[in-house]
Each structure stands twice: as structure tokens, then as C-alpha cells.
Design a protein around this ligand. Structure first.
Ligand code: HEM
Length: 467
């Protein structure tokens, strides 16, 4: 564990007593039970910051909404999100320097892609119903379904339909490779992190992520070339992410290999995040089906009686939105939020300093009010009741200092409008088509991998055609 005098003024949580090994013991305690460590930090230092140890460094954690707001307002030149993500997945080397130094895709996701959601809904609907028919069908009796596998395939195809159209979305080998790419990236990051900076550029060529990227280039490179040619000839007709990337790429990014890389970067941002979030929502529904399934189904029948999905109709599903927001509050897929790495020292109003080179993050269990069992209780219609009471309903996509499933501030997830719409469309289709419940004696578990808290992937649930 790297410890420094620079963080000596910040109190530590769960560090041990053995001289010389205190922070090692701290890292062990934190990695074993991150949530309990974060809750203990809050109980000891409710308005302040504290630090926890990891195997390679120390993390500075804030549990107060004020402090979160304070650091999220800092300029990128001081507290940087790209550097924070780079620390985790080494994407400057695993994906490529273009994605790190020239993130021109982010405003396109926030702008064009979000504005185009309504146009995409019909194509998504055809894709979703086709995939549900093929994977689950209409069983008259309950059958076991490995729902995570179904979900990840649908999300990857629907996502790539929006990113690059049907030619790419229906290339099963590419879809499988795009799903695998994120996992290869994680493994590659583990190799690259301890590698000295001067060697990283070279070691990157030896990683599984690089091999996967090249494999994908072979699969869809020809298609990207065609789209580039069509654009140059003034014959581009398709409206999708690939087109907007081609239209606004800086010259060094407007090439087949670089566009392939950028599409993979978007796949990394979009596939597993959305799959885990949707899978968690399905598990949550299956945990209390009698409480939620009839009410949600009725809402979908009422607002979308003829299965003609439109963006407006999806947006009008207030109970479904509430259910998703509550899933994001209670079951967010991470224990830490909105990590930022200090490029320069940052000083909070109370004088605490985040020293250059250190990471600061928000504590999800505390900021999402999960500390007491009462507050942590899942209440799927918590937010739709606000609308029923004449108040403004808090939406699944609206972020705040105490709702961080999509982060918050300038760098809050720009893909959340698409992700929420897509997840609701898939979920609504499932709700009207299927009865769903857990298999007797099973319970969805969560796995902790560093700060991530992911729904298990092997659980089989019971599904049959709706009766
Ligand atoms: C349910 C699904 C998703 C979840 C839970 C999620 C979550 C997040 C979170 C927590 C952040 C970091 C925010 C922060 O640090 O404050 C983020 C950033 C980002 N997400 Fe998402 N995301 C999802 C889907 C998507 C999709 C579908 C796309 C693209 C189509 C996308 C693109 C991005 C990008 C480009 C960033 C970086 C933004 C920046 O650095 O300014 N995400 N996402």
C-alpha cells in the first residue's frame, strides 16, 4: 500500500494496529467488506472525509452531499474524471490514446444520440420482440431462464443497432466479441497498471484487449470503410452513432481502425452497465412479483395498449420509471460514485486537502441513504406516489448529490437517457409477455469486485407466457 504524509491529516477507517502493516490490514478490511467500511467511515466522520486503503493506494471518501457538490464543481484541470477512469481501466492504453485524449464521442452521446431516441424506438421494438421470441418464446408452463444471458444479448444487439445499424448488430460474432471486449479490457488493465509508464505503450500490444480490438476490426472494418466511402461520396443516408462519429471526427480519428476503436469504447460504456442495471431490475421484480408485476403490467397495458411503443409512451410510464429509480438507489452497481483523480491539490472549504495523485469518490451507501434498514428498504413506487400526490416525480435519469447511479455534475453519464429508455422498453415488453418469479429456494446475490457491486450472472429465474 502506498502511504503518504500528504494524506496524514485525513482520518483512516479500518486500518490495523500492527506497525508497518496498518494500511495493508486496512486494504484487506476494505476489500473484504467495502460497504461496511464505508458505513463505519460515515458513522465516525459524518460530515467529513476519511480514507480507506487499497492494495496500491489510498482512496479519499466523502459521505456528505455538500462535499460531493464541492468537489464535483472543481474544474477538470484540478479533479479529473478521465484520469480517474484511466486509473481503473487504463483506457489510454487498453482502448487507445484517441479515446483518452480526444473524447469527441461524449458530446455526440449527450446530443445527437439522445435527440434521436424517439426515431430509434420502432427499430428497437422489432429487435426486442424478435429476440424475446427466439430466446424465451411463449412457454405455457414456467421454465428456468438464465436471464442475464438473455439480457446481455438483447442489450448488446439493441445498443449496437443504435450505434452502427443492423449490419453490425446482427453480426453475432461481433456481438459476442463486443461483449467479451470489456472483460478483456479489465484483465488487460490489471497487467498494465503496475507496468512502468514508459513501457505501457508497448505492453499494450501484448494484451487481450488489443487482440480483441483487431479481431473486431476484421469483422466490421469493411462495413466501416463502406460508410466512410458513402459519406465522402455524399451518399450517407443512415442516422446512427457511426454516422455522427464520421461527421465530427477530428482528421486523425476519421479512419477505419480509429472508428472501430471508438465503437468499442462506446460498447464498453454501454453494454455491461445497462445489462447489470436491467438484470438487477428483473431480479428485484422477481423477488416480490405479486407486489409489482400486476401494477406495472397494468400501467403498460393502459399506456401502450396496442404494443405500439413510442418514446412519449415509454416516458409516460410513471410507475416503471419509479421502479427503475428505486433500483438505482438501492441496487446501484457500484459502492463508490463519481471518482475524480487530483491533477493538483484540491482543498475543501473545511481545509481538508485531496493531494495531487489521489482519488476522491462519493460513498453510495451513505449518499443513497442505505445506512439504516428502514431507509434501505426497497419501495418501488416511492417516486410515482410523488406524482399521485401532485408533487414533481423524481425521474430515473435525474441525477443529484444524493442520486448517483449515473454519477452527477458535468460528467454525469450522457448515455443515461438512451439507457433508461432502452431498459424500460425491454422491461415493459417482458412484463406484458411473461409471468416471472424466482426459483423456489434461490435469492439473487451481489458480487463485490473492487468498488463494483454486480448482480450475479448465473441465477435462473422462472418465466412463462403471461396468463
Ligand atoms: C444503465 C446504464 C448505464 C449506467 C448505470 C451508466 C453509468 C455511468 C456512470 C456512473 C458514469 C460516470 C459519471 C460520473 O463520473 O459522474 C458514466 C459515464 C459515461 N457513460 Fe454511462 N452508464 C450507462 C449507460 C451508458 C450508455 C448506454 C452510454 C452510451 C451510449 C454511456 C456513455 C457514457 C460516457 C461516454 C460516459 C463518460 C462521460 C464523461 O466522462 O463526461 N453510458 N456512466
Amino acid at each position: 500500500v502506498v502511504r503518504s504524509r500528504k494524506t496524514a491529516h485525513i482520518p483512516s477507517v479500518r486500518y490495523g494496529q500492527i506497525p508497518g502493516f496498518r494500511s495493508w490490514q486496512g486494504a484487506y478490511a476494505y476489500l473484504r467488506d467495502p460497504e461496511a467500511t464505508l458505513k463505519e467511515g460515515y458513522e465516525k466522520y459524518p460530515d467529513g472525509c476519511f480514507k480507506v486503503a487499497t492494495l496500491t493506494s489510498e482512496l479519499i471518501i466523502v459521505s456528505s452531499t455538500e462535499k460531493l457538490g464541492e468537489y464535483l464543481a472543481a474544474p477538470d484541470s484540478q479533479l479529473n474524471v478521465q484520469d480517474a477512469i484511466n486509473e481503473g481501466i487504463q483506457f489510454q492504453w487498453t482502448m487507445g490514446p484517441g479515446v483518452y485524449f480526444r473524447p469527441y464521442h461524449i458530446p455526440i452521446v449527450r446530443g445527437k444520440m439522445t435527440q434521436n431516441i424517439a426515431n430509434m424506438v420502432p427499430a428497437l421494438q422489432e429487435e426486442i420482440t424478435g429476440l424475446l421470441d427466439a430466446s424465451i418464446g411463449h412457454p405455457a408452463d414456467f421454465k428456468e431462464v438464465a436471464i442475464h444471458d438473455v439480457t446481455i444479448d438483447i442489450i448488446a444487439k439493441v445498443g449496437n443497432l443504435a450505434l452502427a445499424g443492423p449490419v453490425v448488430a446482427h453480426n453475432q460474432a461481433y456481438i459476442d466479441a463486443a461483449i467479451q471486449y470489456t472483460l478483456d479490457l479489465m484483465v488487460s488493465a490489471e497487467f498494465l497498471r503496475p507496468t512502468p509508464v514508459v513501457a505501457k505503450d508497448y505492453v499494450a500490444y501484448l494484451t487481450p484487449a488489443y487482440r480483441s480490438k483487431k479481431k473486431c476490426e476484421k469483422m466490421i472494418g469493411g462495413y466501416i470503410q463502406e460508410r466512410l466511402k458513402a459519406t465522402d461520396a455524399g451518399e450517407a443516408k443512415t442516422q446512427d452513432m457511426l454516422q455522427w462519429l464520421i461527421d465530427s471526427a477530428p482528421p486523425e480519428e476519421r479512419t477505419m481502425p480509429q472508428l472501430n476503436e471508438r465503437l468499442l469504447a462506446l460498447n464498453v460504456a454501454a453494454i455491461h452497465t445497462t445489462t447489470m442495471t436491467l438484470t438487477n431490475a428483473i431480479y428485484t421484480l422477481c423477488t416480490e412479483p405479486e407486489k409489482y408485476l400486476p401494477a406495472l403490467r397494468e400501467e403498460v397495458h393502459q399506456h401502450i395498449p396496442d404494443s405500439q411503443f413510442t418514446k412519449e409512451r415509454i416516458d409516460s410510464l410513471s410507475k416503471l420509471d419509479s421502479f427503475f429509480r428505486e433500483c438505482g438507489r438501492v441496487g446501484a452497481i457500484g459502492t463508490l460514485a463519481s471518482g475524480r483523480l487530483a491533477r493538483h491539490d484540491f482543498t475543501f472549504k473545511n481545509g481538508t486537502v485531496i493531494p495531487k495523485g489521489y482519488m476522491v469518490s462519493g460513498s453510495i451507501p451513505v449518499l443513497h441513504k442505505l445506512v439504516s434498514p428502514e431507509e434501505a428498504q426497497f419501495d418501488g413506487f416511492r417516486y410515482s406516489r410523488m406524482a399521485e400526490e401532485g408533487k414533481k416525480q423524481m425521474q430515473a435519469v435525474s441525477t443529484s448529490n444524493d442520486y448517483l447511479a449515473f454519477g452527477h455534475g458535468r460528467h454525469a453519464c450522457p448515455g443515461r437517457f438512451f439507457a433508461a429508455s432502452e431498459m424500460k422498453q425491454i422491461f415493459a415488453n417482458m412484463i406484458v409477455r411473461y409471468d416471472m418469479k424466482l426459483t423456489l429456494g434461490t435469492k439473487p446475490m451481489r458480487l463485490y469486485i473492487g468498488p463494483a457491486k454486480i448482480p450475479e450472472t448465473k441465477l435462473k429465474i422462472q418465466m412463462r407466457a403471461a396468463q
